[in-house]
Design a protein around this ligand. Structure first.
Ligand SMILES: Nc1ncnc2c1ncn2[C@@H]1O[C@H](COP(=O)(O)OP(=O)(O)OP(=O)(O)O)[C@@H](O)[C@H]1O
Ligand SMILES: [Mg+2]
Length: 236
């Protein structure tokens, strides 16, 4: 069931709708990728799912539960974690403190926080080594890894990732995609917005193309990949 979006219309003001009737499903345990030209509304869609923006029409469900009237603070409880576009580490805080922020909904349960740390440090031994360092002195790639690790602190089911590899040098881009592949093996449901169409194509199970706030193309990777050059040419 996972994440189902039906007929979602939303915008930042009443006068200018950005998303106009978007339909999308991110199936359990699969990687669903959203691509599209700049300004298509890809980031806006993730903001609507996560409750930063309200849909004026349409429905959003996660495991059958409506998210329409939910707020960002409710999302971890619904099992959804979100990597916003751009940098989100707190540079003046330690690696450990950054991770702790990912577990704030567990803050009253010290045992749960301790076991969240244990699991995350097992999966990210480099972060464990550097846990006392200020996050701001980590390399760009390590900071991105910290951001991703932070998302997994409360054991969410679904990850929303907005441009997870943007601004990284090519070698680190590969590391991020390897990490996403690893998260997929761990059965997370993953919805990614990506400009890096070639990389996204390698890990996608299903692809949606958005254009000017509407669905433009969609299909399993096998269908979209052979047509991708032609699809991108339509954007220009
Ligand atoms: N905070 C905001 N207030 C008003 N308009 C906004 C805001 N954020 C985005 N927009 C507008 O919404 C439209 C869609 O933007 P959005 O960021 O969703 O695009 P995108 O597909 O993620 O693009 P990119 O690939 O450049 O990240 C754009 O026209 C943009 O100008
Ligand atoms: Mg965007």
């Amino acid at each position: 069931m996972a994440l189902e979006i039906q007929g979602v219309t939303a915008g930042y003001t009443k006068e200018v709708p950005i998303l106009q009737g978007i339909d999308l499903t991110a199936s359990d345990g699969l990687v669903t990728v959203i691509i599209g030209p700049n300004g298509a509304g890809k980031s806006t869609l993730l903001k609507v799912i996560y409750g930063y923006l309200r849909a004026s029409e349409g429905e959003i469900r996660h495991d059958g539960v409506s998210l329409r009237d939910q707020q960002p603070k409710d999302m971890l409880r619904h099992g959804i974690a979100y990597l916003i576009q751009g940098h989100s580490v707190f540079p003046k805080m330690s690696v450990e403190e950054n991770l702790e922020l990912g577990a704030w909904i567990l803050r009253n349960d010290r045992k749960a926080v301790a076991s969240a740390f244990e699991e995350v440090y097992e999966r990210y031994p480099r972060l464990k080594e550097k846990r006392r360092m200020l996050a701001g002195v980590l390399s760009g790639g390590e900071q991105r890894m910290l951001e991703i690790a932070r998302l997994t602190m409360t054991g969410p089911k679904t990850l929303l990732l907005d441009e997870p590899s943007v601004g990284l040098m090519p070698k680190l881009v590969d590391t991020v995609y390897q990490e996403i592949a690893r998260l997929k093996e761990q059965r997370y449901t993953i919805l990614i917005v990506d400009q890096n169409v070639r990389k996204a194509m390698q890990i996608a199970d299903y692809i949606y193309v958005l254009k000017l706030g509407r669905n433009s193309h969609e299909g399993p990777r096998e269908d979209i990949q052979p047509r991708i050059e032609a699809i991108i040419r339509e954007w220009i």
